[in-house]
Design a protein around this ligand. Structure first.
Ligand code: AMP
Ligand code: MG
Length: 423
């Protein structure tokens, strides 16, 4: 039961939009874009304790995706904590002299690199502390401070859970590219890797989940030949005596990391780095995460969501539109138009070049213009919202991304226009 619950929670943590898109694509079979037709193959499987999916396009899509699946099962068998004959179980049972698969040596070196980069905030030797909290067995408990202090000083057992899926996504991308696939999207339990663009052209879009409303996305990433990986306390946790304990531990204390972040998303050409860093930077917190980014701008970009709802996006992501490789929507400028509680339209004000109107029921017209949105008309007598309300992009002077924060509310007609990022 515990296991099932855990799986369901992980399923929920995979980007919902992406899964929906994949399901739709699977239903359609071969997808038609304009005149061209693309051979599509989608598969879904369970490995590394999570649901994984691949959608690949092109001649060899099916055989290449099957090869990927086989490869991931292989890696899972090598590194699984639950498999007593895995390389990691051998190491954890004290067999330091055990002959390891070269792949294990390689991922251990990668883990050490991320550990160094993050000053030990990422540490694959966290096993003993994570075990004491019950994160492997599902029998959760709060260890004593003394116990944790002792366990973190040991650092004698390994858990690759914070980096293995990212590594697997790099392997998957390489296998698909070697098979001549130039368009694919891989989702290994929330570790996403986009190969090329969508089959009909355009970048892949991947949602970053709103940590405070898991059914919504807060930022839309547009990806091309990039990995995107999110770490968040909401992904796995238990509650006891009114307190919540999540699965990302601070290796300095053994307690769940508490650096003010609700989630960290790392976008990088390397899935391994993105996975390792998303965990490590969650432990480090915003200031140090941004410091590290400044020193390594070429390697990765970030979406940081703080516990108070503030969203910070690094420059590479904002600029990406012009570079043509890595792109994202400028998340701050997204507005949603709601009618009777349902979102009927989403717009990115920065990307609007010509004004246009959105009808929100009879007589209610919302005008979306470059950098601003307002009610053009409303089907009621006082028309307060029409005369007084508009949402505009900020002038950059305040540290808020927008000037007017208050949503436009047309009460009699149940129309609301609001910033999607307002806390
Ligand atoms: P992720 O979902 O990639 O952030 O990885 C979280 C998982 O990695 C946890 O469930 C633990 O198994 C393990 N872990 C927890 N804290 C750390 C840490 N500080 N460094 C490395 N691995 C960790
Ligand atoms: Mg990770």
């Amino acid at each position: 039961m515990q296991l099932q619950l855990r799986h369901i929670r992980r399923l929920l943590s995979a980007p919902a939009l992406l899964l929906a898109a994949l399901l739709l694509a699977a239903l359609l079979g071969a997808v038609l874009f304009g005149c061209a037709s693309y051979r599509e193959y989608t598969s879904e499987f369970f490995a590394m304790d999570t649901v994984m999916s691949i959608a690949a396009y092109g001649e060899n899509a099916e055989s290449a995706a099957s090869e990927v699946e086989r490869r991931i099962y292989e890696l899972d068998a090598l590194w699984s904590i639950g498999n007593p004959s895995s390389d990691i179980s051998l190491l954890n049972s004290g067999r330091r002299d055990a002959e390891l698969n070269p792949e294990t040596d390689k991922i251990l070196r990668e883990a050490e690199r991320v550990r160094d980069m993050t000053d030990g905030a990422f540490d694959e030797r966290i096993f003993a502390a994570a075990e004491a909290w019950g994160f492997y067995s599902g029998e959760y408990r709060v260890p004593t401070q003394d116990e944790l202090r002792r366990l973190i000083s040991l650092r004698d057992k390994i858990d690759l859970g914070a980096i293995a899926k990212g590594y697997a996504s790099d392997e998957a991308a390489e296998l698909l590219r070697d098979a001549g696939i130039s368009s694919a999207i891989i989702n290994l339990g929330g570790n996403v890797y986009a190969i090329g663009g969508k089959p009909g052209g355009g970048d892949w879009t991947v949602g970053v989940r709103d940590p405070f409303n898991l059914s919504k996305n807060i930022v839309t990433l547009k990806l091309r030949d990039r990995a995107a990986v999110t770490s968040g306390g909401y992904e796995r946790y238990f509650e006891q005596d009114g307190a919540r304990y999540h699965h990302i531990l601070d290796p300095r204390t053994g307690y769940p990391a508490d650096a003010g972040l609700a989630s960290v998303t790392v976008v990088s050409e390397s899935g391994t780095l993105a996975d390792g860093l998303s965990t490590g930077l969650f432990v480090l917190g915003k200031e140090r995460a941004l410091e590290l980014w400044r020193e390594n701008r070429a390697l990765f970009d970030l979406v940081l969501i703080e516990n108070d709802g503030t969203v910070t996006i690094t420059e590479g992501i904002k600029k990406a539109g012009s570079s043509g490789r890595l792109t994202t929507v400028a998340a701050e400028s997204i507005i949603g138009i709601y009618k009777n509680g349902e979102r009927i339209h989403t717009a990115e004000l920065d990307a609007v070049s010509e004004p246009y109107d959105v009808k929100a029921g009879e007589g209610n017209i919302v005008r979306v213009a470059p950098g601003e949105v307002y009610m053009l008309s409303a089907d009621c007598r006082d028309q307060i919202c029409v005369h007084h309300a508009a949402l505009r992009r900020g002038n950059g002077e305040s540290n808020r991304p927008f000037d007017a924060e208050t949503p436009i509310v047309c009460l009699p007609n149940n129309v609301v226009v609001k910033w999607e990022l307002a806390p």
